[in-house]
Design a protein around this ligand. Structure first.
Ligand SMILES: [Zn+2]
Length: 362
């Protein structure tokens, strides 16, 4: 499997706290206590606890100690998890934690997978806005950074504008609009909508020139996101522009809960792909149903498997297992409906590996 979208993981075997791996990323004084209280009641935590205990050969209530023993040889433990699910390559967004992009070789060493980084544009935009730069300068900084990243081996770009000013992008935003939007009295993360819209469109054009795909965060995210601003249909006007139709655009995270919308865009726009990830980690039991909704409409050449693993290698392992089980469930339904086994084998291969290999040139 090629993991089409993921993040850095711990390089030194920090303790595993499953309750902390939550979509609730609140920072209030009682937030950690709340996550600890809520954790055991979450299906994902229950399944990961039971499955990891089975893998480590311990009782679930001894998981902490067994994991600590296994983590003594961190490289063997981590590479074993990746090997168990057959992941051989990671398309990684190393924007977080800070400095992770300097450690790409270490991620390869520890996971025994090849690492293919992608450039997230928002850290560049946010920093420049925070420093008081003008719109024209910020646009140029982002576009220059894109060309530089490709020259350093980055295989794609990514935007989390859904977390900032939302996917309702105005493709007609001008430089003058962009400059005025910087004067808004808003926190940096919500400031500069017209600027961010302008950058998104221009960046798509540059990605097309560089021949590199663009991942777009859609749907489910942590509690920082305003989910209704992450509906992929909000992108329709942008997708009709020359820039928006010139470059492969990957809508990530199954656009949860907008699977039908994601599948529709992948089915009707020649340059739109559908990545299935993240909700697999946090809503694991319904993955087969959700995957089937996407497979039911989107062409097989347009679907991409991923974990969106981060922070702990167990999330990659768990996400990949859950996705494989979801595939098996969906494939059973498709076979019962009359799909031939050879066709299902081809779709499986395209979904878990072939499409990503082609799209990113891996
Ligand atoms: Zn991600």
């Amino acid at each position: 499997m090629i993991d089409n979208h993921c993040h850095p993981f711990s390089l030194d075997g920090e303790p595993l706290d499953l309750s902390a791996l939550s979509l609730d990323v609140g920072q209030e004084p009682d937030a950690d206590e709340r996550r600890r209280r809520m954790g055991p009641g979450r299906v994902a935590v229950e399944l990961l606890t039971a499955r990891l205990a089975a893998r480590l050969g311990c009782e679930p209530d001894e998981l902490g100690a067994a994991r600590a023993r296994a983590a003594v040889d961190w490289e063997a433990y981590v590479s074993g998890l990746f090997a168990d699910v057959g992941i051989t390559a990671l398309v990684m967004d190393p924007a977080w934690p800070a400095g992770a992009a300097e450690h790409l070789e270490d991620y390869a060493t520890v996971s025994h997978c090849s690492i293919h980084p992608i450039l997230r544009i928002e850290p560049i935009v946010d920093q420049a806005i925070g420093e008081g730069a003008g719109a024209e300068e910020i646009v140029r900084t982002v576009l220059d950074a894109m060309a530089d990243a490709v020259s350093r081996g980055f295989v794609a770009f990514k935007t989390i504008v859904a977390y900032r000013t939302g996917l309702d992008v105005d493709p007609q935003a001008t430089l003058r609009d962009a400059q005025s939007s910087l004067l808004q009295d808003l926190p940096v993360a919500r400031r500069g909508k017209a600027l961010r819209d302008l950058i998104f469109r221009r960046a798509l054009g540059v990605a097309a020139d560089l021949g590199r795909p663009f991942q777009v965060h859609t749907g489910i995210g942590d509690s920082e996101i305003r989910l209704r601003e992450a509906n992929p249909l909000l992108l329709e006007e942008l997708l009709r522009t020359p820039e928006g139709s010139a470059v492969p655009i990957v809508l990530i995270h199954g656009s949860y809960p907008w699977h039908d919308e994601q599948a529709y865009l992948a089915a009707t726009k020649p340059n739109v792909w559908a990545d299935i990830s993240l909700f697999t980690i946090f809503s694991p039991v319904t993955v087969g149903d959700r995957l089937l909704r996407i497979l039911d409409l989107a062409p097989a050449a347009k679907i991409l498997a991923a974990t969106d693993g981060y922070q702990q290698p167990e999330l990659f392992w768990f996400g990949a297992h859950v996705l494989a089980e979801g595939w098996d469930e969906a494939a059973k339904r498709l076979a019962a409906a009359g799909a031939r086994s050879g066709w299902l084998r081809d779709v499986n291969q395209a979904f878990f590996e072939g499409n990503a290999r082609t799209l990113y040139g891996i």
